[in-house]
Design a binder for this molecule. Structure first.
Ligand code: PRX
Length: 651
């Protein structure tokens, strides 16, 4: 363990190892560690030649002249190349057996289903691309998409990509103000929305929020509205148009634009820890290559697979692994509109059974909810179609990982814990399921071409098992290009902390075998009695106790220790809060990690404050632990009532 207070002490120890199942390895694209090492070496020794070889897999209207132009911190990939993402996701498959295979199978929350073959999806995308053009959108214009999880959202993304309009998807759970700010920051010309969508049995209305936002969005000329729920909406003449009316008269002939490789594909806003959201810009060729390759490497996706990533397209995971990655490989994507526990907690398992899902990719927060709801919901269903499980979004604690593998995967399916970010565009650190032995809680090894390292505050690589800062030492094709309208913030935020390297903002540890253990955002570190502890590791220790379903740990300023450790704990259904349990949990953490990590305070709560993408908002818990109330921004909080409950807990 590192004794430096500058670095991050890592205290999580996990010894379990699971080799890839033999049958899986036999048919995998990368089927041994030797294959992996060879690719990794090739990429390390001659990165540009490696990426050029990989890029041959895509369709290019014109090949590039230069693989990489790198003037830190600005990268241009496949300079001189001409390419279209929508062509690669659609047209390319039409001349093959995939023409009439399902591209998207969709299920609405009320239970209806729709299937679009590649030929049908292509026709819809072309029609909508023509609609966009007819309303004045051209290559380079920005288009906001504020929609529920319905096929039209994927169609709209692909239609933008087809004509070179840059999409800016705003998650449908965001407020009118959030939408307005994102539209204004990126200067969108059009907005596409729906009357509403369904979640937990109710309608989430979208159009009223758009109407409110559009009162102060001077750049918006038109609003296109999908009729999803059929509820009454106000349509402003001259500005608002119905999707289905425009589509009726629109031709399905729309050749894909031959775009420069660096053409802006999308802007996606991600909340920084402070300040206003950042518009992360991704471009065409490099992003497509990243998502395409990683879908093949990490999911080992097959033509016969039904693949389901549960993320909303409003997040980067939905962009890269619902739409672009899987469609570029010609897979069948399953897409679901609603909540995982509607009408009851078996909904996901029912759909896996009904649609024969083979690959399932979800988030640790969802896995912890499943765990809390109990395995009987899972056990009732035949999940034998599953062959691979994935997770993304935050560190997964080993107990949740083990539960996922055992209860959902029936101990047959490899589990891939994938580390990446909105900024990285595609998966960076993850197991290759036919090659990499997995360890619960570790994202394992960097993918070929990803030069990841763990460094000290001074920027030097730290020794094995010492905690530090996760950096990427070389540019990669799917990296963000800048922050829209604020290049200085891009430079400062990502490329100035550690000279010559991209700083991801995460803490990590690398074990003796080079495996990465991500500890979460460095802001989620507590400095207590001279030790810097990752909150995630204390949370993991808590969750390893049988009574605990979920835990969030924060620091409270403390004169003596620097920070005192405060843990918010949600119990499993059958356990009740008590002082004895509180003491037992404190002892348990001390036993698992050491007395230095023993929580000073444990608070029981039925629920924790989360963002709409499921991340625990430790910032709010920190405020509650420190001052007893919340003064900061709560616009991204999923369920505001949780704050009241947490305050009531305190009394
Ligand atoms: O802290 C890391 C965490 O999520 C952050 C990125 O969040 P976002 O841009 O919203 O993208 C989420 C989906 C890619 C990272 O900086 N994170 C993501 N995946 C993991 C993770 N932390 C640990 N393990 C992961 N597998």
């Amino acid at each position: 363990m590192s004794s430096s207070t500058q670095n991050i002490d890592s205290v999580l120890h996990e010894e379990r190892v699971f080799p890839p199942p033999i049958d899986f390895a036999k048919r995998a694209r990368i089927s041994s560690m030797e294959d992996y090492e060879n690719l990794r070496r090739e990429a390390h020794d001659a990165p540009e030649a490696f990426w050029a070889r990989m890029a041959e897999e895509l369709h290019w209207f014109k090949k590039w002249d230069t693989v990489l132009k790198w003037e830190e911190p600005h990268a241009e990939w496949f300079v001189g190349g001409r390419v279209n993402v929508s062509y690669n996701c659609l047209d390319r498959h039409l001349e093959t057996h995939r023409r009439n295979k399902a591209a998207i199978i969709w299920e609405g929350e009320p239970g209806e289903t729709r299937t679009l073959t590649y030929a049908q999806l292509h026709a819809e995308v072309c029609r909508f691309a023509n609609v966009l053009k007819s309303l004045g959108a051209q290559a380079g214009d920005r288009v906001a998409l504020y929609m529920p999880m319905i096929p039209e959202l994927a169609i709209a993304c692909l239609a933008c990509a087809r004509i070179g309009a840059t999409h800016n998807v705003v998650f449908g759970g965001f407020s009118a103000e959030a939408l307005r700010d994102r539209i204004n920051d990126s200067g969108c010309k059009l907005v596409v929305t729906a009357d509403g969508g369904f979640r937990r049995g109710s309608e989430i209305r979208l159009k009223p929020a758009v109407d409110e936002a559009l009162q102060s969005t001077p750049t918006i000329e038109h609003c296109i509205v999908v009729k999803r729920t059929g509820s009454d909406v106000a349509m402003q003449q001259g500005r608002d148009e119905w999707w289905h009316e425009l589509m009726q008269n629109s031709s399905s002939d729309c050749p894909a634009e031959e775009l420069p490789s660096e053409h802006p594909l999308f802007i996606l806003y991600t909340s920084g820890t402070t300040g206003k959201p950042k518009g992360i810009l991704h471009t065409t060729g490099g992003y497509l290559l990243g998502t395409h390759l990683t879908t093949q490497w990490v999911f080992d996706i097959r033509d016969t697979d039904v693949y389901w990533c549960t993320a909303d397209i409003g997040w980067v995971t939905g962009h890269s692994y619902v739409v672009y990655g899987p469609l570029s490989t010609g897979a069948t994507v399953f897409m679901y509109e609603g909540a995982p526990n509607h009408p009851d907690p078996s909904r996901f398992w029912k759909m896996i059974e009904r649609h024969g899902v083979n690959i399932f990719y979800t988030a640790p927060t969802a896995i912890r909810s499943f765990l809390k709801w109990g395995e009987e919901w899972v056990r009732k269903h035949d999940l034998s179609s599953l062959r691979l499980l994935g997770t993304v979004g935050e560190p997964i604690n080993p107990e949740a990982w083990m539960w996922y593998r055992k209860v959902v995967g029936n101990e047959r399916c490899p589990v891939v814990d994938t580390w990446w970010q909105t900024e990285t565009g595609a998966i960076m650190i993850a197991p290759l399921p036919g090659a990499t032995p997995t360890k619960p809680g570790s994202a394992t090894l960097p993918l070929p071409g990803v030069e990841a390292d763990v460094v000290s505050k001074a920027g030097e690589s730290v020794e094995a098992n010492a905690g530090g800062y996760l950096v990427i030492r070389r540019p990669w094709p799917s990296m963000l290009r800048t922050i829209w309208g604020d290049d200085e913030r891009y430079r400062k935020g990502y490329w100035s902390e550690f000279p010559g390297a991209y700083f991801a903002g995460d803490g990590a540890r690398r074990d003796r075998e080079g495996y990465f253990w991500i500890m979460g955002r460095v802001d989620d570190v507590i400095n207590t009695s001279g030790h810097r502890l990752s909150t995630m590791e204390i949370e993991s220790a808590l969750v390893s106790h049988e009574a605990v379903a979920e835990a969030a740990v924060v620091g409270r300023p403390d004169d003596l220790k620097g920070s005192a450790i405060v843990a918010f704990v949600t119990l499993e259904g059958q356990h009740a809060a008590s002082d004895e349990l509180r003491e037992e949990l404190r002892r348990h953490v001390a036993h698992e990690i050491g007395a230095l990590a023993r929580p000073d305070e444990i608070r029981f709560s039925d629920m924790l404050p989360k963002t709409r993408s499921g991340k625990i908002m430790r910032r709010l818990l920190r405020e509650i632990a420190t001052s007893g109330s919340v003064a900061g921004d709560v616009t991204t909080l999923e369920d505001i009532s949780v704050l009241e409950k947490l305050r009531a807990e305190e009394e």
